[in-house]
Design a protein around this ligand. Structure first.
Ligand code: ASP
Length: 308
């Protein structure tokens, strides 16, 4: 029997928010509802027998529009007070991948990443060239101020305190056993203009391989880049023969050794997703088609969301 179609999402790994006395707990109900909306969007695709790729894109689009997260509207700000977003999609069927880096104005960077992948000439486009490509593809744009929310201005003023996180991602397995991943981010608070993180880089923040696993990472991008993180998880799984949880743990140890922390969501052709992290929090959720929706921010058991 074919394993059930499944979707996992994340809303970023990081420290408990230092800008609130309750560590951000007041924001959790809204964040949980946002994770639930993204899960439902992706599950609707999978329940209809749609492809894993479309499911991860549907989930990430909801999170990009939700200002709780550091992607699309609500993105982190660079040291210059601007928004520069990175995104990637990966299709495990033939290891196709597409990404955009340092884009401004594109409402859904994940759609620009898909357009790059589908166009097929290139894997990664950045900056003005990526924006022109997205315009040509007919994608929606918003004014620069649309992406900037008040909370991020505060976080920028305080960025040395490490506030931030909230990158979004999704991995899915569809009814035919295909795997896909997508990641979208505004990068890190106070990053230098022009900085590109791990999220849009194949094999670092985003990866999918039907013969192995689909992975979307979050955390200190520089360390995930040095660890070639997402490919490291896939390679350990395929070549070392360890299980997915062990492969993720070993790859996260490489991130720690590279001086960073974070987490990931990952899924193989069989079984539930894994969602390990080395930070205080990782906003995350998962569900099987026809099953309950599970979400959490802190380590430990997940909460079941009431079905609507
Ligand atoms: N990994 C992202 C980056 O470094 C940030 C994050 O996941 O919080 O751009």
């Amino acid at each position: 029997m074919q394993p059930p179609a499944v979707l996992a999402i994340h809303g970023g790994a990081g420290p408990a928010s230092p800008d609130e006395t309750d560590g951000g707990a007041a924001r959790w109900p809204g964040q949980a509802a946002g994770l639930g909306a993204a899960l439902r969007a992706g599950l609707a695709v999978l329940a209809d027998g749609g492809p894993a790729l479309e499911a991860v894109i549907a989930a990430v689009m909801v999170l990009e529009d939700d200002e709780h997260w550091n992607a699309g509207r609500g993105s982190a700000l660079t040291a210059a007070g601007t928004v520069e977003m990175d995104a990637a999609v990966a299709d495990g069927g033939d290891r196709r991948i597409g990404g955009v880096a340092c884009v401004t104005g594109v409402r859904h960077p994940v759609l620009a990443a898909r357009a790059v992948m589908e166009d097929g000439r290139h894997v990664l486009l950045s900056g003005a060239g990526a924006e022109a490509f997205a315009r040509e593809a007919g994608l929606a744009f918003e004014a620069p101020e649309w992406f900037i929310i008040e909370r991020r201005r505060g976080a920028l003023a305080d960025w040395l305190a490490g506030a931030g996180g909230g990158t979004v991602g999704a991995v899915a397995r569809d009814r035919d056993g295909h795997l896909a991943a997508a990641t979208s981010t505004g990068g890190r608070n106070g990053q230098l203009p022009g900085r590109i993180g791990d999220s849009p880089i194949p094999g670092a923040g985003t990866w999918a391989d039907n013969a192995g696993c689909a992975v979307s990472a979050t955390g200190i991008g520089e360390a995930f880049l040095r660890a070639a993180f997402a490919h490291e998880v896939d390679a350990r799984l395929r070549l070392e023969g360890v299980d997915l949880a062990t492969a993720c743990q070993e790859a996260l140890a490489a991130v720690t050794a590279a001086g960073g922390n974070g987490g990931c969501i990952a899924v193989t052709g069989d079984g539930p997703p894994v969602m390990p992290f080395t930070t205080e929090l990782m906003h995350r959720g998962w569900a099987e088609v026809g099953g309950s929706l599970w979400v959490a921010a802190r380590p430990g058991p997940l909460e079941r969301l009431e079905t609507e």
